[in-house]
Design a protein around this ligand. Structure first.
Ligand code: SAH
Ligand code: SF4
Length: 395
């Protein structure tokens, strides 16, 4: 189940040169409707027309996927020229795209400053999940996570977060064609904030980006199709429900503070009890909007029957499902994946206690696209260069 056939990996280089904004024109991507309205007014749009103009520009950009103001044919030529002068429509740049034997696509995405993040598209029967990043690197240092070995470089802007959804749509050819019958199939049916970074440490940009993605005109992903995964930033958990309203996943991973301190060091700040209290108070908690508890299966570390029973006791009363993630290995990782029968025995205990306990099938492992394997290519290269012993100087 976990081993993928050794089919050759496809790797394309899709370097599309796009100019990056340099403090001059304002990038329209990632602005909320209110921000866009204010920006259009600042550019000279009469107050009374601003709402209508927002609607028009919004539809061109997020419904039709247009990147050129000149193509916005329901706007007067002079107004298009004004927009052209004041604004840009900029996406991050796709540097490489890798396609796994199982169809998973991993994009290496370059953002301003030459930094890189990864975005992963995971196709499933008739639908698909896009896993997006919220930071370059991560401040946290979860010991089983490849991203955690990379220092935080910076937060992504709202434009760079929304841009990941748009560039995946570009690659998948998912923009509607004018005049063609409406196609209801959604290649990107779900978005998960489970890529690089801790989304709740970049709250405002993540919230604004999700507002754009969830807007009911344009990208139109419902809030129930967006899942934000956090390692447990307790003070921001209630805000996630109130200001974003998406589903919540929590990287739980251990059933004692002693083990969780080692695996998810943020536990030293907000321990298991504090985290669970915050989840019990989660404003949207209901059976239809259960919290997902993510639990990485590490051999001999957190995978015993006693752990499974403790887990069930700890989460009693919380509408929840437990997503078991077989550990995805990466070079130099200090853990091993639990054996398959161990994972199944663990899942069985949880299931018998009344919780859904799906085991996440690792996807895209051959291109290092599975959960927790992401790390920017430049960082990887830097590390491996550092590991190379310098050749002796020429005589
Ligand atoms: N920073 C957020 C979201 C990104 S990680 C968080 O920690 O929740 C998405 C999920 O993958 C988290 O549950 C994370 O703990 C898990 N993960 C990280 N490294 C992993 C690995 N090597 N194998 C399996 N899951 C991993
Ligand atoms: Fe950061 Fe999440 Fe990785 Fe922990 S698991 S280091 S919070 S990305």
């Amino acid at each position: 189940m976990t081993d993928l056939p050794a089919t050759p990996i496809t790797q394309d280089v899709l370097t599309i040169p796009r100019k990056l904004p340099e403090g001059g024109p304002v990038n329209i991507i990632g602005l909320t409707r209110d921000q866009l309205r204010a920006a259009l007014i600042a550019a000279g749009t009469p107050q009374a027309q601003a709402k209508m103009r927002v609607g028009q520009v919004w539809q061109w950009v997020y419904h039709w996927g247009v990147r050129d103001f000149a193509a916005m044919t329901n706007l007067a030529k002079g107004y298009r020229a004004l927009l052209e002068k004041t604004f840009t429509i900029e996406l991050p740049q796709v540097v490489t795209r890798q396609i796994s034997a199982d169809g998973t696509r991993k994009y290496l995405v370059r953002i301003a400053g030459g930094h890189e993040v990864e975005t992963v598209y995971i196709p499933e029967d008739g639908r698909g999940t896009l896993c997006i990043s919220s930071q370059v690197g991560c401040t946290l240092t979860c010991s089983f996570c490849h991203t955690g070995t990379q220092k935080l470089v910076r937060n992504l802007t709202a434009a760079e977060i929304v841009g990941q959804v748009m560039l995946a749509r570009d690659d998948l050819g998912e923009w509607p064609v004018q005049g063609a019958p409406k196609d209801e199939t959604r290649l990107i049916s779900n978005v998960v904030l489970m890529g690089m970074g801790e989304p709740l440490y970049n709250f405002d940009n993540v919230r604004d980006a999700m507002k754009v993605v969830m807007d009911n005109e344009g990208l139109t992903l419902s809030r129930r199709r967006i899942t934000l995964s956090t390692s447990g930033v307790v003070p921001e958990i209630a805000r996630t429900a109130e200001e974003i309203g998406c589903l919540l996943a929590v990287s739980f991973h251990a059933t004692t503070d002693e083990v969780r301190d080692r695996l998810v060091p943020i536990n030293k700040r907000w321990n298991i009890r504090t985290l669970l209290d915050a989840l019990r108070d989660y404003p949207r908690l209901s059976n239809s909007e259960r919290i997902t508890f993510e639990y990485v299966m590490l051999k001999g570390v957190n995978d015993s029957d006693a752990d499974a029973r403790r887990l069930v006791r700890l989460i009693a009363g919380i509408p929840a499902k437990i997503n078991l993630i077989p550990f995805n290995e990466w070079p130099g990782a200090p853990y091993q994946r639990s054996d398959w029968d161990r994972i199944e025995a663990f899942a069985d205990i949880i299931y018998k206690a009344g919780y859904a306990s799906p085991i996440r099938t690792p996807r895209g492992e051959d291109i290092m696209a599975a959960c927790g394997q992401l790390k920017s290519a430049t960082e990887r290269a830097r590390k491996s260069r550092a590991g190379v012993i310098a050749p002796p100087a020429a005589q």
